[in-house]
Design a protein around this ligand. Structure first.
Ligand code: F6P
Length: 325
């Protein structure tokens, strides 16, 4: 690979971890080494950068991690990095270490941090890694495909709900976005899915759907609730109060963030890591690596984050038709 003016870069993971982050780190390290660029691993995200928590990475340091969930670099959410002082400290550490750029792997919060650091004169490229799939400029984020395996947990719940002829209410992660819930809901054939993108109305979105299913002969019901839409506990209480059922409530929680990444997440992470290094090596900054029409592209962070992401209308329509109301 041709030599680049960029000699040393840092890589970090920040915010909530996501399966596939390790594959992205591995790809960044090996793509950098291939171009003769030294790679410094920064532990614990932006706070690690502020505190100078780093180590030199070589090809062997990323062996046997492509299949591992979590992140070997650890991750954190940093309040200090939200401040101008924190950002200035981080920029100072980059200068001291002679970093020509940073690859930041994470979600929306990570990229907002990257935008600020970029204003301090540090070249930054973001790789979207979050189970929420809520980064506006990309169709997929690393970790989403693995997290939708939560559908398997819901299938297990369905077995016992069927035997007891019960109603299950399952809360899934996703922060302020309903992608994970909607995708999982379609996959498990849920009776109803509640997403934050649609204002919550118990009677039309839950009661009517359960009633409709019961009139069609069903005796067990699966309600999938995105954590940003409503509290599953509250939905359970309303079901009991208004419909006289005795639902069981399950909050899947962090179980969705763990596990070995799917092949899709590993490959996506690897392709994105390669592109992030290419972008930095070619002197670009303030970019986010994205998937569009299955192509890996890069877009300006400011433009990318300013876009508005809407729920997949076709998936929502399918869901509505399947639930029959
Ligand atoms: O952004 C990923 C995510 O898992 C969200 O779905 C969830 O709301 C949040 O992180 C949980 O954060 P924490 O791990 O800090 O509890």
């Amino acid at each position: 690979m041709a030599e680049s003016a960029v000699k040393r870069i840092g890589v970090l993971t920040s915010g909530g971890d996501a399966p596939g982050m390790n594959a992205a780190v591995r790809s960044v390290v090996r793509s950098a080494l291939d171009r003769g660029i030294e790679c410094i691993g920064i532990r614990r995200g932006w706070s690690g950068l502020i505190n100078g928590d780093f180590y030199r990475m070589d090809s062997g340091s990323v062996s046997r991690i492509i299949n591992r969930g979590g992140t070997i670099l650890y991750t954190a959410r940093s309040e200090e990095f939200r401040t101008a002082e924190g950002q200035a400290k981080a920029a100072g550490v980059c200068k001291l270490l002679g970093l020509d750029g940073i690859v930041a792997i994470g979600g929306d919060g990570t990229f907002r941090g990257a935008q600020e650091l970029s204003k301090c004169g540090v070249s930054v490229v973001g790789i979207p890694g979050t189970i929420d799939n809520d980064i506006v400029c990309t169709e997929y984020t690393i970790g989403f495909d693995t997290a939708v395996l939560a559908a398997e947990c819901i299938d297990k719940l369905r077995d016992t709900m069927q035997s007891h002829e019960r109603c299950a209410v399952v809360e899934v992660m996703g922060r302020h976005a309903g992608y994970l819930a909607l995708y999982v809901g379609v996959a498990v054939g849920a009776t109803a899915v509640l997403v934050p993108e649609r204002p919550y109305d118990f009677h039309s979105q839950v009661a009517e759907k359960i009633r409709h299913a019961r009139l069609n002969g069903k005796t067990n019901f699966m309600i999938v609730v995105a954590e940003g839409a409503a509290s599953a506990m509250d939905v359970g209480k309303e079901i009991k109060e208004h419909l006289g059922l005795d639902p069981r409530v399950t909050i899947l929680g962090h179980i969705q963030r763990g596990g070995s990444p799917t092949a899709k997440d590993r490959v996506l992470a690897t392709r994105m890591g390669y592109e992030a290094v290419r972008v930095l090596a070619e002197g670009m900054t303030n970019r986010v690596i994205c998937v569009r029409d299955d192509q890996i592209v890069n877009v300006d962070i400011d433009e990318g984050l300013a876009m508005k992401k809407t729920l997949n209308a076709e998936e929502f329509e399918v869901m509505t038709v399947m639930t029959g109301v």
